[in-house]
Ligand binder design. Structure first.
Ligand code: SF4
Length: 235
């Protein structure tokens, strides 16, 4: 299946190009795969263009030679690899008009999602605007990834990072919007600003509701303790 790209946002994010696939709607949420296909056919020399996927290098991560070649060319060599389904490794670049940000919360080894309409600080203590400043501009910043709302409900959402099962917090307004399309057993385990206000509350909440992320804590904490032991022994 053909993929599509868009470089409309390069005027303010020179190294950014959206990769639009059937699973990943554009970051701004306004161009899906069908829209992109139509636009690229009508105006092949316009800002929307075909990206032949080429070889699949890593299916789980969504890495394709065609996308890597495209981003290398369009970012003038600045960006060399993109994992379509990860915010943690070689994330898709972010421009500035993304609908939401997927952000890693190291304290619980999970992910939060905050949308641009949320005016309060997110669960990590940062407002959308502060995260947007460091995420956007065409950068690749592991742990912060611009996404569309539509992508959140896709079955391949950030699957390389563990997928929707790693999402632990989102604003109530976003949860109301996407809730009916998410796994119904997970839905009550995703906290919003109505249930928790800081990371300590969140940790307790996740344990109380038995969120799937809690099962990863022993392993992650074990690795961190091992690293600390090694550092201590090497002193
Ligand atoms: S965010 Fe929207 S307008 Fe900007 S490059 Fe992506 S598809 Fe184009």
């Amino acid at each position: 299946e053909m993929f599509y790209g868009c470089v409309l946002c390069q005027s303010f994010a020179p190294t950014h190009a959206c990769c639009i696939t059937p699973d990943r709607t554009s970051l701004c949420g306004s161009i899906n795969w069908f829209d992109a296909r139509a636009a690229a056919k009508v105006d092949p020399k316009g800002p929307l263009f075909e990206i032949p996927p080429g070889e699949c290098v890593n299916l789980e991560a969504g890495e394709y030679t065609g996308i890597n070649e495209m981003i290398k060319k369009r970012s003038l060599g600045e960006i060399e690899r993109i994992y379509l389904y990860s915010g943690m490794e070689f994330p898709h670049t972010s421009c500035g008009c993304f609908e939401a940000i997927d952000f890693y919360i190291p304290e619980v080894n999970g992910h939060g999602i905050v949308d641009r309409n949320y005016s309060d600080v997110a669960i990590n203590g940062l407002p959308f605007s502060a995260m947007a400043n460091q995420t956007g501009g065409g950068k690749q910043l592991p742990g912060f990834n611009g996404v569309s709302i539509q992508y959140i409900i896709n079955k391949n959402y950030q699957r390389f990072d563990g997928g929707i099962n790693t999402v632990v917090w989102m604003p109530k307004a976003v949860k109301d919007r996407v809730g009916e399309f998410l796994p119904q057993d997970l839905l009550p385990k995703i906290a919003t600003e109505e249930e928790v206000t800081d990371i300590n509350d969140l940790k307790k909440w996740l344990e109380d509701v038995d969120h799937p992320i809690v099962k990863t804590w022993a392993e992650v904490l074990g690795e961190e303790e091992e690293e600390e032991d090694c550092l201590y022994q090497n002193r």
